[in-house]
Write a protein that binds this ligand. Structure first.
Ligand code: CP3
Length: 328
């Protein structure tokens, strides 16, 4: 069996001492994202250690709201914090005119990477899906219940639709510019798609993503797009059929045999090792990697995690994973 390609979500990050050093040099996380030299450096760090088959641009899904003028800070131990926008009237706080000027350093990072990554390596650009980005814009931080965002979609869907229009347009343009700068594949992260009931999932997760994919394909008909609708269970099938993504990333909770039959029969899949098994390492991790390869490795497959690497991950476990995937 040929080995599958592999990369890991959040492969650049705090589990690597060299990342922590670069972040300290940059000053803050946002300064790191907007510093093309350092962002290029941290993108390359995991490749040097582990030789992944893909490099993912170092940036964050919340650069879009930041570039729209929404105040954003990343606080230690708390994650991102934004000044929340909770009604259509407050949308006037967003400024759509300067967004790509603000994001210019990100395009420069992509362009540098397209020159510096190993030839065998694929450069992945990315953005958050409008729904997931909107949850942060509306809640002002991570949330357990998305109460403010849900209140808005249920009480004033047209007003919320205006926010989504802004996000669909700016995200499509953001991704087109990444492709113009050298991104070869795009991944769209819809981390909080799984909190929506299915009619709302269709309206606020599938439809905006479908429009982004359509906008990308209008200019680049063959552009590969990977969707990551996390936590959506069986709704992943409609997501795949309706968004037009090329491949889909499976979260950790997706049953392997079900995914092989029902999802991999439609499109190539990516996933889905539990990031906490990568923390655990040893026999438990190795057993699960073998199961994933056995079940999904017979058809088009990209080995990855079911969500991002967590900071307490021992780097030597990532090295072991890389060796196992290569059959070493
Ligand atoms: O995968 C990569 O290596 C590329 C870079 C990348 C980051 N964030 C860097 C980052 C990518 C693809 C993301 C996506 C992202 N960002 C998502 C979708 C995927 C997911 O993990 O669900 C989301 C929801 C965000 C928003 C975000 N950014 C949160 C909630 C946090 C805080 C949580 C945390 O891990 O600290 C961030 C910060 C962030 N983004 C870090 C990194 C490396 C850690 C910041 C630091 O260095 O302190």
């Amino acid at each position: 069996m040929a080995r599958p390609p592999f990369w890991l979500m959040r492969q650049a990050g705090r589990y690597l001492p060299e990342y922590r050093a670069a972040r300290a040099d940059a000053g803050s996380f946002l300064d790191l994202c907007y510093n093309p030299k350092l962002a290029e450096e941290v993108t390359l760090q995991p490749l040097r250690r582990y030789g992944m088959d893909a490099a993912i641009l170092f940036a964050d899904i919340l650069l879009i709201p930041h570039a729209l003028g929404q105040p954003l800070a990343y606080r230690e131990g708390e994650g991102p914090v934004l000044d929340p926008i909770r009604s259509a009237a407050e949308l006037s706080k967003l400024d759509v005119t300067r967004i790509h000027e603000t994001l210019a350093p990100v395009y420069e990072t992509v362009s540098r990477l397209s020159q510096s990554i190993p030839q065998s390596c694929t450069l992945i650009g990315f953005a958050g899906a409008p729904w997931t980005v909107a949850t942060y814009m509306v809640e002002g931080r991570g949330s357990k219940d998305y109460a403010h965002t849900k209140h808005w979609i249920y009480s004033d869907p047209d007003g919320f639709g205006e926010l989504m229009e802004i996000l669909v347009a700016s995200t499509t343009e953001y991704l087109l510019r990444q492709v113009a700068a050298g991104a070869e594949v795009i991944q769209i992260f819809d981390t909080w798609a799984g909190v929506l009931p299915d009619d709302a999932f269709r309206k606020w997760a599938i439809e905006p993503t479908r429009r982004i994919v359509e906008g990308l394909r209008a200019r680049h008909p063959d552009l590969p797009v990977i969707g990551f609708p996390k936590g959506v269970g069986a709704n992943i099938i409609d997501y795949v059929k309706e968004t037009g993504v090329t491949a889909v990333s499976l979260d950790t909770g997706t049953p392997l045999h079900w995914a092989a039959q029902e999802v991999q029969s439609l499109v190539p899949v990516q996933g889905n090792l539990d990031p906490l098994l990568l923390v655990e390492g040893g026999a438990a991790m190795e057993r699960r990697i073998a199961e994933i390869l056995e079940t999904l490795g017979k058809r088009p497959f990209i080995f990855n995690l079911g969500h991002g690497i967590v900071p307490q991950t021992p780097p030597e476990n990532v090295a072991r994973l890389a060796a196992l995937i290569r059959g070493e």
